[in-house]
Design a protein around this ligand. Structure first.
Ligand code: 4AD
Ligand code: MG
Length: 447
């Protein structure tokens, strides 16, 4: 309704009478006072109902009845509330509403999520309602600010949005993580990443990006894994690996700054340390080679406060190694040039060192793990064909992809950012399941 204002905007209406459409998140009261905690998706704030005010406005009988009705409102009742906005230095939000009228829209009975503590499985079973809580609202607002900043960055930097398909006839990454489905009698796969299609886009349009849901069937139960998540892939021709890292760094900084600028209320709600986020924007990211990182890990493996396992050159990192490395540097850190043996088939080898590939994982600090995977791509038809065979893939499925190397092949690179990993990191939350409206995990597909 056009005469309604949002809670987040009440600061622009101090001293005015406003009307708000909201839900009752919580309520308390004593004597002639009722304190209503209202929420409308933009913020939470308190509305105060004073019985004598109701009587003054509606008369003794009607005013008393109105006050009694308010006193008995239950959690999640939807209401139109009218009142005068007041500054309130005692509340964290800074404003409250002095109620002059209240109208019930929809009743609510036995709302299952009460202000007391609940177990996480219960909350996930009630995800359709859990999203209404303050913390979940804040995380979704941060997710939105990241998406917005992401589009803004690509638009400002000359990228074109190029949508990759979700149903595909070939794997983009590791074939052990594929969701297979029946496509009119033939196998098809749910996309793991739009990258391969984006490479075709880059040869047609220059700088391109996509943003969409991707799927990984890996049977992992860690706090960083979803089976369905949103990935932003970007791809660009005539760009080498080092230049690609510059683009990624600018992109991640732009998203963090976007959240600082546009989701301050959400960050405050989550009690996220803003000074850390500002530091990540203001400080250059670290770049370390995989082999130097292994040396460093080996040199520190007996330190008192380390708890990671010994790693050799050629081993993959586990999350304790990633956590230690990013904490060591204290800023987002690119680990570059991993062994070819555990990276994807399309990555270009380091010149003069075929055991290593021109790639990077960006590790977020504070233990949030890998948020970006990127690389320079193999450009030579024969080399790529051999790689496809060596990886046990069927070259027939990749004919179209190989053809990109036949007609004016150019150096090109790109990366993919996992949106929910980014949200988890910026919001400072413990588990990735809270970073997406309806998380999909091995044992969860409802609601
Ligand atoms: O490192 P990944 O597998 O890279 C690719 O898919 C490349 N094709 C991207 C490219 O070069 N265009 O995945 C990219 C990012 C990871 O860094 C991580 O942030 C996220 O996707 N990710 C996941 N997020 C949630 N749950 C999972 N199971 C994830 N797997 C990867
Ligand atoms: Mg990766």
């Amino acid at each position: 309704m056009k005469d309604l204002i949002s809670i987040i905007d009440v600061k622009k209406h101090v001293g005015e009478t406003v009307k708000i459409g909201a839900w009752l998140a919580d309520k308390s009261g004593k004597g002639k006072l009722q304190f209503l905690q209202l929420r409308d998706g933009t913020a939470f704030f308190q509305a105060v109902v004073f019985k004598p005010n109701m009587i003054e406005k509606f008369g003794e009988e009607a005013g008393t009845a109105k006050f009694d009705e308010i006193k008995h409102l239950s959690q999640e009742t939807s209401v139109y509330v009218t009142g005068v906005v007041k500054e309130d230095a005692r509340s964290k939000f800074g404003y409250e509403l002095d109620v002059t009228d209240l109208e019930v829209i929809g009743h609510s009975h036995d709302y299952p999520i009460t202000p007391k503590e609940h177990g996480v499985e219960f909350l996930l079973d009630n995800r359709h309602l859990w999203l209404r809580s303050k913390r979940q609202m804040a995380i979704m607002q941060i997710r939105n600010a990241i998406i917005y900043a992401s589009y803004d960055f690509f638009d400002k930097n000359g990228f074109i949005k190029f949508d990759s398909p979700i149903l595909s006839g070939n794997a983009a990454e590791n074939t052990t993580e594929l969701f297979e489905t029946d496509y009119f009698g033939n196998p098809a796969f749910l996309s793991q990443s739009g990258q391969l299609y984006l490479e075709a886009g880059a040869m047609a349009l220059g700088r391109v990006f996509d943003f969409g849901p991707v799927f990984r069937a890996e049977k992992s139960k860690t706090r960083r894994h979803l089976t369905e998540f949103w990935m932003m892939d970007a791809e660009y021709p005539f760009v080498t690996h080092d230049e690609s890292l510059d683009i990624q760094e600018a992109y991640v900084k732009h998203m963090i700054q976007g959240v600082l600028d546009n989701a301050a209320y959400a960050l405050e709600t989550l009690e996220r340390d803003i000074s850390k986020l500002q530091k990540y924007v203001d400080t250059p990211f670290m770049r370390v080679s995989y082999d130097d990182a292994i040396d460093l890990l080996q040199a520190h493996e007996n330190d008192e406060d380390t708890d990671y396992e010994h790693v050799e050159h050629g081993d993959d990192f586990g999350s304790p190694h990633e956590t230690w490395l990013s904490n060591f540097y204290g800023v987002p850190t690119f680990v570059v040039n991993y062994p070819a043996s555990f990276k994807a088939f399309y990555m270009r080898p380091v010149p003069g060192n075929p055991e290593r590939v021109l790639c990077a994982d960006l590790l977020a600090p504070e233990g949030y793990g890998e948020i970006i995977g990127g690389s320079e791509r193999e450009t030579d038809y024969e080399v790529l064909l051999q790689k496809i065979v060596d990886f046990g893939l069927d070259p027939k499925d990749y004919e179209w992809y190989l053809e990109l190397r036949k007609f004016g092949s150019v150096p090109h690179a790109g990366f993919g950012l996992g949106l929910e990993r980014m949200v988890t990191f910026v919001a400072g939350t413990e588990h990735i399941r809270e970073a997406i409206p309806f998380p999909r995990m091995i044992n969860r597909i409802h609601p």
